[in-house]
Every structure is written in structure tokens, then in C-alpha cells.
Design a protein around this ligand. Sequence first.
Ligand code: NDP
Ligand code: 8X3
Length: 251
Amino acid sequence: MDKRNVLITGATSGIGEATARLLASGNFNLILCGRREDRLLKLKQELSAKTLVTTLTFDVRDKDAVKNAIQSLTGNWRNIDVLINNAGNAHGLDPIQSGSLEDWDAMMDINVKGLLYVSREVIPAMTERKAGHIINIGSIAGKEVYPNGNVYCASKFAVDALTRGIRMDLNVFGIKVTSINPGLVETEFSMVRFKGDTEKASTVYKGIDPLRGADIADIILYVLSAPKHVVLADITVFPTAQASSTLVKRS
Ligand code: NDP
Ligand code: 8X3
């Protein structure tokens, strides 16, 4: 079987980077995306020993940049078989009455509109070829709201709704759509949420054995390994210590 071309947004750290590393050893060519070009180039250099890798540096908030980047792909790279919409973050953890407008804009613009811009650019070639697989990285925050999670939760609820809507619209084309909804994964996520406050960030994972990016990568590989007639539609995954957004057993 020919190698599949996989476009991963947010490949510069955490879940996206771990997924790139795992898929590089499989039957996949990689289009790695993110804003931090130095990291993309370093990863490309490393993974090129295993598979074909190209990089696209853009901010998913910038619709022209998204369009230009994806349209700059040439040759076989234009045939994107798998789109992994992973780029995203939480910004802040504040009650609604004192939340920052900049944080709210960032979450809605990146997690929701960014996912839409990338999807809109990639999907038409999939519908033309009547083939493809879209994997959206949602969150348990897109299934349950938690205190002070307000806008981040809203952005991930939107991702959940979009995943379902995209699945319906693309059903006629035989395109698979999967949503993966993790609980606590130790990545740069909390460093971003708490704006570089290492103390606050490490508290999130204190007393538990959290998920790692590599755990989500394993699930993505499993999802991509299913036979043609099988789609894993919606997966929620927790570390064993977690039972819901708010119920976590800490030592
Ligand atoms: P990281 O902070 O480690 O990774 C986030 C990635 O998103 C980075 O590669 C970053 O790249 C990219 N990104 C952020 N903003 C932009 C932007 N404006 N334009 C382009 N790329 C952007 O966090 P995770 O790996 O944990 O997060 C990945 C996904 O998983 C997110 O959607 C997150 O909501 C979701 N998630 C995470 C959980 C967790 O507990 N960690 C749990 C559930 C879901 P760069 O900065 O280079 O642009
Ligand atoms: C990330 C998981 O619980 O921090 O989406 O919102 S949580």
C-alpha cells in the first residue's frame, strides 16, 4: 500500500510532535505545521531519516496564511490523505467576570476558527478524490464544563459540534471523521494556559500519572490502522487517575 500523506497542525510540541514521531516509523509521509519554524525544521531533519517530511509555518488564526501555506504544497504533497486538527491551547483559567478578552479571542480564533480555516482548505481535495480521514483533537473539556473553564470548554464543545457536522457532510464522500477527546495530558498545554508559570503548570499533574503525548499518538495510529469499513468516531481517554474533568484521584 502507498504511504499516506498526513498533515498535522501543532506538530511543534506535545501531542502533535509525539504523533509525528510515531507516524514517521509507519506508512506515512508527514506535513508538519506550526508557528515555531525552528522546531519544525529540527523535527523535519530528525524524522527525514525515516520518511518524507515537509513543513509549513503558519498561524492558524491567519486565514490568508493558512490558504497560502496549504496551496504552496506541490506534487504528491497536494494529496492529503489524513488531516489531524491538533493545534490549540487553553489561555487562562479565570471566572467569567474577570476573564481576559485577549485569552478569549485566542481560544476561539485558534481552537475553533483555525480548525475551520485549515479544514476548509484541505477538505475539497478529499471530496474530489472521495477519500480521506480527518482527526480532530477535542477534549474532555468539549464534553463536560468545569469551573473557570468557560471559554476553553466552549471552544472544545464547538470542536465537538464541528466534528459531528463535518462527519455528516462528508459521509456521502466516504471520508472518515474521528474525534479524540483526552483528559489530562502532560505537554506544554498548562505552561501556555498559565503563561509560563511553571509552578502552576506542574500543579495540574501533581500526584497523578498523567497521559503523555505518546499515549494519544498511539491512539491516532490505532485509528489510522482500522480497516476501510471501520471508523472510530469518538474516543474519550483519561489517565487512570481521572474519572471526569473535576474528579481526579491524587496521591
Ligand atoms: P502543546 O501546547 O504542547 O501544543 C500545542 C500545539 O498547538 C503546538 O504545536 C503549537 O505550535 C500549536 N499552536 C498553538 N497555537 C497555534 C496557532 N495560533 N497557530 C498554529 N499552531 C498553533 O499542547 P497539547 O499538545 O497538549 O495540545 C494539542 C491539542 O490537544 C490542543 O488542541 C489541546 O486543546 C488538546 N488537548 C490537550 C490536552 C492536555 O491536557 N494537554 C487534553 C485535551 C485536549 P506553535 O506554538 O509552534 O504554533
Ligand atoms: C485539556 C484538558 O481538563 O485541562 O483539554 O481542559 S483540561
